[in-house]
Write a protein that binds this ligand. Sequence first.
Ligand code: NOJ
Length: 572
Amino acid sequence: MKKFYRYCPLLSLLVFVSSAFAQNTAPDINEELWYKNSIIYSLEVGTFKDSDGNGTGDFEGLTGQLDYLKSLGIDAIWLAPFHTSPKLDDGYDVANYYDVDPQYGSPGDFAEFMYQASKHGIRVIMDLVLNHTSDQHPWFQQARADKNSRYRNWYVWSKERPKDWNKGMAFPGVQKETWTYDKKAGEYYFHRFYDFQPDLNFENPDVRNEAQRILGFWMNQGVSGFRLDAVPFIIDLPKTSAEKPEHMFELISEFRRFVQWRKGDALLLGEANVLPDENKEYFGQNGDRLHTMFNFYANQYLFYVMASGDLEPFRKALVDTKKIPGTAQWAYFLRNHDEIDLGRLTEEQRNKVYQAFGPEKNMQLYDRGIRRRLAPMLNNDRKRMELAYSLVFSLPGTPVIRYGDELGMGDDLRLKERIAVRTPMQWTNQKNAGFTSADKPFRPIIDKEPFSYKQINVATERQDPNSLLNWTAKLIRIRKECPEIGLGNWQLVEVGSPEVLAIRYNYQGKSVMMVHNFSKDPKQIRIPAQAEGDKELFSLTRNNKLTSANGGFTVDLEGYGYNWFRVGSAIR
Ligand code: NOJ
């Protein structure tokens, strides 16, 4: 027989390929896609760890804490903007795309951080704000000062005040207009965000070119990808309408082609809070635009179900956002550095979330959201915090966690707008929470109970086997034992209780299943056995094993209880 194959190479190839399929060992391109099963940790350099005692966190401080991050189990850091900036929007107002703000260290400190992160097996994704610059950026300074400057057309101008000058604000309630008169320029300029953030004009090929320069520059510094800020606004054409503008979707394909050509596995993680029927434009019909987007749509219903126990809208949001290209992926999160945007809920739904999680006016922001951390919103209720995190880690996508949430950190509502959720990381119960040796940290540290750094800090929680920190590290480990979540296909399973979400993943003949109870009352559910191998369920999160009887499994869940199961065997 061997001899026969030797003389008939085509036949031998066919036999090889078909047997590979039969054994399900065909190479799977998805396995190459690192972002599909990574845990992303978001942080700001300035609030993480200060190394030189000037009160502000820096790259050297962050580098020193890579061991902590590695032991927590994360795969990638998402760095908030760290460029030179007047910081009127906490760094989202960039004044130089090609440097590191000296407050955070030197370019050498950044390079050292990148080197050490890679030694720790941790990737770095950086925030990139392309939609606008700071008004202090030399491009804008030249553009406004001189009509004939090559930078004039890098921004969006109008001689007359456009009819919709006070429409389409990203920060309603705080921001009054989107077209503002600039005395120096003698014209109006467009700004989707604050007036000190003039929008760049992406219709101009020079601007598109420069954007590629910036992407290329940072890929050369070793970053694994970008969290692209404000994607729908980078590609919009404000002159078509400030409120419902047309979009240049092809621009996202251009970014994708560029980054992928330079670095095959570079990631574009887009910030785009869009409706389900718009997703295909952002991911691209063939998955040739953004690799990943935050699922802001589902996130709002997630907070709604946590507030109300009414699961149906969340189930629907998951189903409505299910169909995405094979290489694409959602990113799921609970809290980020901004307010929770509840703008897509009905007024009644939003009010329920406000009532439960942000009843005071001071907790709400921009007429649509809540500016609090998770732990205070949930009244520091450990059961509900576990439910929330367990849920996010079990959803079909990449979990993104925010620094300090692994400890259950609180917020400081005395601070302006979204700064409330950006207080310094709590490392120890010593002076300034071990964040800085300076007398005065650049931003106050939380010292009010029950979220004071005296209790909530890495050093204390590390010693306590029951701490949220140790629980989170365990959850990360369990999530990593379930590649089915990032790579497999999924379905919601009917378990006979409207308040329990059950999701099952199948991948290469292996299955996992997670159940979450959004009711405060205990529930008994019935999980149907779906396949021959469904004889036993092995819990990954607690010490139990269930055996199928009468075509299914009976599972008891405590109020706000959850469980993760591997189907058919204790290990993969
Ligand atoms: C979205 C960012 O998440 C937010 O923090 C920022 O203020 C705006 N984009 C403007 O860059």
